[in-house]
Ligand binder design. Structure first.
Ligand SMILES: C[S@@+](CC[C@H](N)C(=O)[O-])C[C@H]1O[C@@H](n2cnc3c(N)ncnc32)[C@H](O)[C@@H]1O
Length: 307
């Protein structure tokens, strides 16, 4: 079964920490993770959707995003004309407030709802697509959440999740994070940048990450959990290897510094390098190496109901 990392906490405590952690992270979330609602962001999201579906994404009439955060996936999909009516859900009111600010700036109309993924306040068959990015590893009871996704989905609808850390991928990415933490003082010196205003904030973030990230699963385990919740036609693939290592190294270095002082040239190097390595991963590794080494992409459909 799926491994529970923060086994010492109850599901309610995990939800509570997730809410507080993401509320606190909301204001700086887009700049920390380089979230973009322009051409680059749109392209990134479309590529992930295409890889997960195994074909270019169609247009969906009614979409529900789980753990939508500041709107990375849904808002970019709306801008690409892939969603007609969007509902964005999240457990963190702070994230949803940031999402509505982004939507207003982009001139998009989105319904946002504060809910836990395991208990959705929507009727059966309300959506054609249930999607999420970088959220499954935060949800305490995955089979229960997937049962809810199946309930609110219309027959013939699609469930699609991207950006889940796989167990080995997560384990492998600890090496660059550790190396970057050791090198951070020398890197700050070289960049002539001061330490993060509150070093404790950075340490707190690192400590809380171990609590809010409750799962690390292999593609097989994810597939099993999804099938146990009544889904069929499950496809689990992986993406990003070098880009993942490069990204974690740079993010760990940057998180140790005062964000205002990080030079523009460094940010360009980190951003462009990441995009370049993504392409390299696509050409050289994805589809060749086992999916267990990458971040996961998953799509599935509910089992057809007997007539
Ligand atoms: C890593 S962020 C990803 C946000 C966004 N999907 C993105 O890719 O930028 C994870 C999101 O999941 C939300 N979340 C965590 N636990 C949740 C739960 N049990 N139910 C719904 N949302 C949850 C968090 O509040 C946060 O916004």
């Amino acid at each position: 079964m799926v491994r529970l990392v923060a086994a010492a906490l109850t599901a309610e405590e995990i939800r509570d920490v997730n809410t507080r952690y993401h509320d606190a992270a909301a204001a700086a979330y887009d700049s920390k993770w380089g979230i973009d609602f322009g051409e680059v962001g749109r392209e990134q999201v479309i590529v992930k959707l295409t890889k997960a579906l195994g074909r270019p994404p169609p247009r969906y009439a009614r979409a529900l995003e789980i753990g939508a955060g500041t709107g990375y996936f849904t808002l970019n999909m709306m801008r690409a004309g892939l969603i007609e009516r969007a509902t964005c859900s999240d457990i963190s009111p702070g994230m949803l407030a940031a999402l509505q600010t982004n939507a207003r700036k982009l001139g998009l109309d989105v319904n946002s709802v504060r809910v836990d993924a395991e208990s959705l306040p929507f009727g059966a068959g309300s959506f054609d697509l249930v999607l999420g990015h970088a959220v499954l590893h935060h949800i305490p009871d995955l089979p229960r959440a997937f049962a809810e996704f199946g309930r609110v989905l219309t027959p013939g609808g699609t469930v699609l999740f991207a950006g889940g850390p796989s167990r080995y991928g997560d384990w492998i990415s600890r090496a660059p994070k550790r190396m970057a933490s050791t090198l951070a003082p020398a890197w700050r010196l070289a960049m002539r940048v001061a330490p993060a205003p509150s070093h404790t904030r950075h340490s707190l973030d690192t400590a809380l990450e171990g609590i809010v990230d409750v799962h690390a699963f292999s593609p097989g385990e994810l597939q099993h959990a999804v099938q146990a919740a009544g889904f069929t036609d499950v496809r689990v693939t992986g993406e990003e290897l070098l880009a993942n290592w490069f990204g974690w190294t740079n993010r760990t270095l940057e998180a140790s510094a005062d964000p205002v002082g990080v030079p523009w040239a460094w940010r360009q190097y980190a951003y462009r390098g990441y995009l370049l390595l993504q392409q390299l991963d696509r050409r050289l590794f994805e589809g060749r190496l086992p999916a267990a080494l990458f971040y996961t992409l998953m799509r599935c459909a509910p089992k057809p109901q007997p007539a």
